[in-house]
Design a protein around this ligand. Structure first.
Ligand code: TPP
Ligand code: SF4
Ligand code: MG
Length: 315
């Protein structure tokens, strides 16, 4: 580790970070991939919040989207498929001072990582989850994922996907302790940026589903949405996510109070439009860290307990 990056002096940090200061090596995604837009917006977000690079950690699993941490000059952990959340929870529990972000694809989060997704939401640890949802396993070349639309032709189900997709927002809203649940789109960077800023302010796990273009495998799914802005329904509320530019650009808007869980759940059934904005927020749910605080054993107590266990097996 480059220890010159660690400030242990306690002196105020006078550095000013520009979006380009967070720029890592050139990203290797297909031309037109929505991940580029999410990466560029993330750098703008890091600048706007002035997040200190060595205090910021991006954790991912496996997939095209999981390459994200490589392309940022912060700390990063490119983990294993479906396991980004437990890795991130471990890091955050040990180092609560870090800004922790989790980047997952729809396969990573809603398929192999589904158990961790549910319990990660329930733990409500203070971090931000970005679900980059392109409705397909991108890296492994067009395999059906749990968010692939029914009847959609893929390389694993060439006669069309058999099952109705799951709705990541509906599932998250069904988990105990869900405290911040939002939906946005990679091609509306102003909305994505406003969403990330709102998530950063939230105490607890912020879950953001980002509709993501994959021009290689699901071009028809997202292109239709990009070209039909009238399909979008912007959710407005004084406690929600607001951006004046977005409000000017999109004609369909509705008021939605993000403290209303039943209304948030009802929105996931909307078929006429795709709602974008803050579905639900609850600041009163304690984080796992808060619940645990003061209940931990000290190092000495842990050592003593281990000795007691060893003694039980002594022959
Ligand atoms: C344990 C394990 N199972 C399967 C794979 C193969 N694999 C790698 S990425 C991936 C799916 C990626 O899809 P998604 O999470 O949606 O990310 P995307 O590539 O679309 O961004 C799969 C099945 C793996 N790497 N490890
Ligand atoms: S396969 Fe799709 S998700 Fe993967 S890099 Fe290409 S466009 Fe992006
Ligand atoms: Mg995917």
């Amino acid at each position: 580790m480059d220890t010159s990056l660690l400030d242990i002096s306690g002196a105020p940090d006078e550095r000013v970070f520009k979006a380009n200061d967070y720029k890592g090596p050139a990203a290797r995604w297909c031309p037109g991939c929505g991940d580029f837009s999410i990466l560029a917006t993330t750098r703008r977000f890091l600048e706007s919040e002035q997040l200190v690079p060595e205090k910021t950690l991006f954790v991912s699993g496996i997939g095209c989207s999981a390459r994200f941490p490589h392309y940022l000059k912060t700390y990063g952990f490119h983990g294993i498929h479906g396991r980004a959340l437990p890795l991130a929870l471990g890091a955050k529990m040990r180092r609560p001072d870090l800004n922790v972000f989790v980047v997952m694809g729809d396969g990573d989060c809603t398929s192999i990582g589904a158990g961790h997704w549910i319990h990660g939401v329930r733990y409500n640890t203070n971090l931000t989850v970005l679900l980059l949802d392109n409705n397909i396993y991108g890296l492994t070349k067009k395999q059906t994922s749990p968010t692939t639309p029914v009847k959609y032709v893929t390389n694993t189900q060439p006669q069309g996907s058999y099952l109705n997709p799951l709705h990541p927002i509906a599932v998250t809203l069904g988990v105990a302790n869900a405290s911040f649940v939002a939906q946005t789109a990679d091609w509306i960077p102003a909305h994505l940026l406003a969403t990330m800023k709102a998530a950063q302010k939230h105490k607890g796990l912020s879950f953001i589903r980002i509709l993501q273009r994959c021009p290689k495998w699901t071009v028809d799914i997202m292109d239709a949405k990009v070209k039909t802005p009238d399909e979008m329904m912007i959710l407005n509320h004084e406690n929600g996510i607001t951006d004046a530019k977005v409000q000017k650009m999109y004609k369909n808007q509705m008021e939605h109070d993000p403290s209303d869980l039943d209304a948030a759940r009802a929105l996931t059934d909307m078929t006429s439009h795709i709602p974008l904005g803050l579905f639900y927020k609850n600041e009163d749910i304690p984080t796992y860290d808060e619940l645990r605080r003061g209940k931990d054993f000290t190092t000495e107590e842990k050592m003593a307990n281990i000795e007691i266990e060893f003694d039980r097996f002594a022959v």
